[in-house]
Design a protein around this ligand. Structure first.
Ligand SMILES: Cc1cc2nc3c(=O)[nH]c(=O)nc-3n(C[C@H](O)[C@H](O)[C@H](O)COP(=O)(O)OP(=O)(O)OC[C@H]3O[C@@H](n4cnc5c(N)ncnc54)[C@H](O)[C@@H]3O)c2cc1C
Length: 400
């Protein structure tokens, strides 16, 4: 009998394989990843792994499955899958049959379609990217980061702490606008600026000029930022091409039901950054959630659900996690629970405790329901506010 193939050997895939092994599934579990490395943790890449020049072993993820329960294959890319026949094909021409499939192929960095020199322009998603970034930093004084999302902001903080002169260029008028909103984004802008980061906001980069390496980034308002190294932190694309041809909705990741399954029957599940699923605690709209914690939770849930289905034939209850993310920038620990991004109306974003330019707790409301909180500092209050979001969602009854 064919076993389960987990495609994508990173956080979500590893946690799914481990949970499947723990469920007692005995049909054979193969975890296949394109990268040459075993699974590792990505959050340190923009933080301590760069700051402290950590080696790979420091960020490596360990399997919790008993020895031999999961077979890891690295350096092998899935190129296509035939769900009806239960076959996945790989870049070396081999094929593997499966009775269950976990799609865990995550994201890849996007690059801007603008003129740029061949060297000195990088992105950060993988350990190989980190090695390239470290090498490219040699002899550099000024770094321009394009993009003011969480990876762009974390890199700005880390590189400033390492002594580089950093500028951040982005179309929004404050950093991390989508996850934080205007006011808290404004406070973050003041914090970064006071620490020495230069911002070129409300403008679009039009070209990275330079002969062999970058010399400056030129923007649509005529402004320019000197840089010998440019980091593009402008979002990502989903790695779903290998699933094409199966009649799936792959328009933004893999469209799943509330049990993370796709393609019907429950034997195919998607986990981590590529899974687009409805979280009925909030509403029925399927969304992708690019958080470390969701990669863990989706992996654990889907591995267990698959084990149950392939074992006893029973289905798990719907997956209704509490999303959470953190970000470290300078000495700030930013922690979020729920889905603050659901609130776009500035009037529905309120300071619950503290002060925007110090430690603060901000609440994000949808009508009267607290759908998310962001804490800057207030480490001792994390569980209290997480519980407040959960209680408010339950009282709202969307999940009923
Ligand atoms: C620099 C950085 C910093 C971050 N910091 C934070 C943070 O502070 N807090 C937070 O909550 N989240 C953070 N995240 C997000 C978090 O790391 C991700 O949510 C998490 O890694 C998602 O895991 P995943 O397993 O779904 O996907 P990924 O980690 O993207 O892994 C997917 C894997 O699949 C492989 N793959 C792709 N296509 C194929 C194929 N066809 N065949 C085989 N293998 C394939 C890829 O090579 C990759 O190894 C950060 C991410 C980055 C990049």
């Amino acid at each position: 009998m064919a076993g389960v193939v987990v495609v994508g050997a990173s956080l979500a895939g590893l946690r799914a394989a481990d949970a499947l092994a723990r469920s007692g599934y005995g049909g054979g579990i193969t975890l296949v990843g394109e990268e040459p490395h075993p699974p590792y943790n990505r959050p340190p890449l923009s933080k301590e792994a760069l700051l402290e020049e950590q080696e790979f072993e420091t960020i490596r993820l360990r399997s919790s499955a008993k020895g031999g329960a999961v077979t890891l294959v690295t350096g092998l890319r899935a190129v296509s899958a035939d769900l009806a026949r239960g076959l996945v094909r790989f870049s070396d021409g081999s094929e593997t049959a499966f009775e269950g499939l976990v799609a865990a192929t995550g994201l890849r960095s996007r690059a801007l379609p603008i003129a740029k020199p061949a060297k000195g322009v990088v992105a950060l998603r993988t350990f190989a990217d980190l090695l390239r970034l470290r090498a490219e930093l040699a002899g550099v004084r000024e770094v321009a980061i394009i993009g003011a999302g969480f990876i762009g902001c974390e890199l700005a903080a880390t590189l400033t702490r390492l002594g580089y002169k950093v500028s951040v260029i982005a179309p929004e008028d404050v950093p991390m606008l989508r996850p934080l909103g205007e006011e808290l984004g404004g406070a973050l802008l003041r914090h970064h600026s006071a620490a020495g980061v230069e911002f070129g906001l409300s403008r679009l980069p039009m070209a990275i000029e330079g002969v062999e390496r970058p010399e400056r980034v030129v923007c649509d308002d005529g402004s320019s930022f000197a840089a010998q190294l440019v980091i593009e932190a402008v979002g990502s694309a989903t790695n779903t091409e290998w699933l094409e041809g199966n009649g799936l909705d792959l328009s933004d990741g893999v469209l799943c039901d509330e049990r993370l399954s796709f393609g019907g029957g429950g034997r195919f599940v998607a986990v981590g950054d590529i899974a687009r699923f409805p979280n009925l605690s909030f509403d029925a709209l399927p969304r992708r959630v690019e958080h470390w914690g969701i990669a863990v939770d989706t992996g654990r849930y889907a591995g267990k659900a698959l084990g149950r289905l392939l074992g006893s034939g029973e289905a798990e209850a719907a997956f209704t996690p509490m999303p959470a993310f953190w970000s470290d920038q300078f000495e700030l620990r930013i922690q979020s629970y729920g889905m603050p991004g659901l609130t776009t109306d500035p009037a529905a974003i309120r300071v619950l405790e503290g002060d925007l330019d110090g430690e603060v707790v901000v609440g994000y409301y949808r009508e009267d329901t607290l759908v998310g909180v962001v804490l800057v500092g207030f480490a001792q209050s994390h569980m209290k506010y997480r519980a407040a979001v959960a209680a408010s969602l339950e009282a709202d009854g969307t999940s009923a």
